[in-house]
Write a protein that binds this ligand. Structure first.
Ligand SMILES: [Zn+2]
Length: 117
């Protein structure tokens, strides 16, 4: 699917119009999401503190860079997390599930789409 096709679907979503399951998955997959893997042994406490200090939105505004915090304190995995997200309903609900590759517990909120039936 092309960039312009994705933008057209996003415009429909923004307008509250229904989209197909296929279109919704294309929007999800347009953002790459890789599993960051388990926290390195012995780094759990430091990671927890840094993560709390950084807040929830990428660290913007708090002076922390969550990407850097993750690179330094997590093992890395690289599994495509979009493959997990698309197995759940697009209902806006919170889910907890282990990564199929490394087993790291992942929490996420499903995107919500008005799906065409
Ligand atoms: Zn993983």
């Amino acid at each position: 699917m092309s960039y312009n096709e994705i933008l057209a679907i996003v415009a429909k979503v923004d307008a509250g119009l229904p989209v197909t399951r296929e279109e919704a998955e294309a929007v999800v997959r347009s953002v790459s999401r890789a599993c960051k893997g388990p926290i390195k042994p012995g780094k759990e406490e430091e990671y927890g503190e840094l993560r709390r200090a950084a807040g929830n939105f990428g660290g913007g505004g708090t002076g922390y860079d969550i990407g850097l915090v993750d690179t330094l304190n997590r093992e890395g995995c690289g599994s495509d997390f979009n493959n997990v997200i698309v197995q759940f309903p697009f209902d806006g609900a919170e889910h907890y599930t282990p990564c199929p590759k490394c087993g790291q517990e992942i929490s996420f909120r499903s995107p919500f789409f008005n799906l065409r039936s």
